[in-house]
Design a protein around this ligand. Structure first.
Ligand code: 5CA
Length: 445
């Protein structure tokens, strides 16, 4: 993409309404525009990152054997009357009427609808296990929408629903989700720690939230510092292997790590004092096992091997896809702007032409651009007729992990400059070597 032809409405001023870095930077970098409280347009740069995050979520869900589908945002109130949640959900639910005066709602989550799909189509244990998920917009009329996409009213969520014959099978589905989430967040360059939590309006007494530690997080968390040493790495996972999934769950959840809802001071005090941590975190996902809460209420049952009928065992598992952009920026920025991890960056690298209009630098930049594209990479070429300082400031603000700078002096010596956004370190090398290096960095991503 050439910047002169792109739509990147960066702001010079720091927006007064934004209280935290990620909100400020998303506005300044031209990623989002607020349309109403907690409702945003995703401008091209923001949309691009959102799609990258979504793509990683899809790939990891499919790898775990989960099946994508798509349910609508608008739902009939009648389904929610069956589960009893139409009245219980309260003011967070956006309720509306269609032209026939029928009660509708904008879905805050989809347990009822997926249970309806299940009961209409599945009746035998032979069709289990089954995990269906979608990535769809949700609406929750939050009392205090704030911090940009972090606590929106309209937000993008991945929600997956598991159907199993027995409690044991359902717990394996829970473990599988925990493992797939660890992998998902790590691929994005984020550490998200599973912590014991509370079921809230979804229900269920067995649930973990995934938290990214950040001073600006909305949740208070209590944990043993050893949990921050755990990494998933590139382990090979067989998602059908119960022992393997169970042992990963134990590895990541046996140490104390809880949100304030489930915090137990007496247990916490048993951790050696030097390892006790009280901090704040951003909840980027939550998994729930709730058994037959919805299947019983809505008549979703299956015939068992002995011919009897039992309500299906269920769980639901969510990732805050749009919130993740806020969390990623909270965890990756400095005073100049965003620093995207390579896994989610909107463009693989930037190209800065220090002397736009000079035939030699223009030609070198075009050559670099073509060579990067030929390697399957997506560069953002700043071809505007601007001062070098302004070009650097834009690149630093939007946070591409790598920048190639091309100027007359370097070209005379046959080199360009390759700069890491994270470390600020630069290196001079030939244009060909720079392309090779970038290609290597992204190989396999
Ligand atoms: N049905 C279940 C899981 S499928 C569910 O709705 N879970 S949830 O309520 O925990 O939401 C899942 C994730 O969505 C949360 O962990 C959080 O990351 C994200 N989320 C929830 N509310 C908001 C909001 N107002 N703005 C942005 N993201 C949100």
């Amino acid at each position: 993409m050439r910047l002169s032809r792109y739509f990147l409405p960066v702001l010079k001023e720091t927006p007064a309404e934004a209280q935290i870095a990620s909100h400020r930077l998303m506005l300044r970098a031209g990623m989002i525009k607020q349309q109403s409280a907690g409702i945003y347009s995703w401008l091209p740069l923001g949309y691009k990152v959102l799609k990258r995050v979504e793509q990683i979520v899809h790939e990891e869900q499919i790898r775990a054997g989960h099946i994508p589908l798509l349910m609508p945002t608008l739902q009939s109130a009648d389904l929610w009357r069956e589960s009893g949640r139409y009245d219980d959900y309260g003011q967070e639910m956006l309720r509306l009427k269609d032209r026939h005066d029928r009660d509708m709602l904008y879905g805050p989550t989809n347990e009822e609808m997926i249970t309806d799909i299940f009961r209409a189509n599945v009746s035998s244990y032979k069709q289990l296990p089954l995990t269906l998920y979608h990535i769809q917009w949700k609406f929750r009329d939050e009392m205090r929408p704030r911090f940009g996409v972090m606590r929106g009213r309209e937000f993008l969520m991945k929600d997956g629903y598991t159907f199993d014959l027995t409690r044991e099978d359902a717990l394996h589905a829970y473990n599988r989700h925990l493992v797939s989430y660890l992998r998902t967040y790590e691929r994005m360059g984020l550490q998200a720690i599973p912590m014991r939590a509370d079921g809230g309006p979804i229900g269920g007494d067995y649930t973990h939230e995934f938290l990214v530690l950040a001073e600006t997080g909305e949740s208070e968390v209590f944990y043993d510092s050893e949990v921050t040493d755990l990494t998933f790495g590139d382990r090979q996972i067989d998602y059908d292997n119960r022992e393997q999934c169970q042992s990963i769950l134990e590895e990541f959840t046996s140490r104390y790590a809880r949100t304030d809802e489930t915090h137990d001071p007496a247990l916490f005090e048993q951790i050696p004092e030097a390892r006790r941590r009280v901090a704040r975190g951003i909840e980027v996902g939550q998994i729930f096992y709730f058994g037959t809460k919805y299947s019983e209420a809505m008549g979703a049952s299956v015939v068992t091997p002995d011919g009897s009928r039992v309500p299906v065992e269920m769980g639901s598992h969510g990732i805050g896809v749009s919130r993740l952009l806020g969390a990623l920026i909270e965890a990756n920025h400095d005073d100049k702007g965003i620093i995207w991890p390579e896994g989610v960056t909107p463009f693989h690298c930037g190209i800065v032409n220090l002397k736009q209009g000079d035939s030699a630098t223009d030609a070198a930049c075009e050559g670099l651009y073509a060579a990067l594209v030929a390697k399957g990479l997506e560069p953002l070429y700043d071809d505007r007729d601007e001062r070098a300082g302004a070009k650097f400031a834009t690149m630093d603000l939007i946070g591409l992990p790598w920048r190639i700078t091309v100027g007359p002096r370097g070209l005379a010596a046959n080199v360009v400059e390759l700069t890491s956004r994270r470390t600020g370190e630069s290196e001079e090398l030939s244009a060909e070597a720079a392309v090779e290096r970038i290609a290597q960095i992204y190989a396999g991503r």
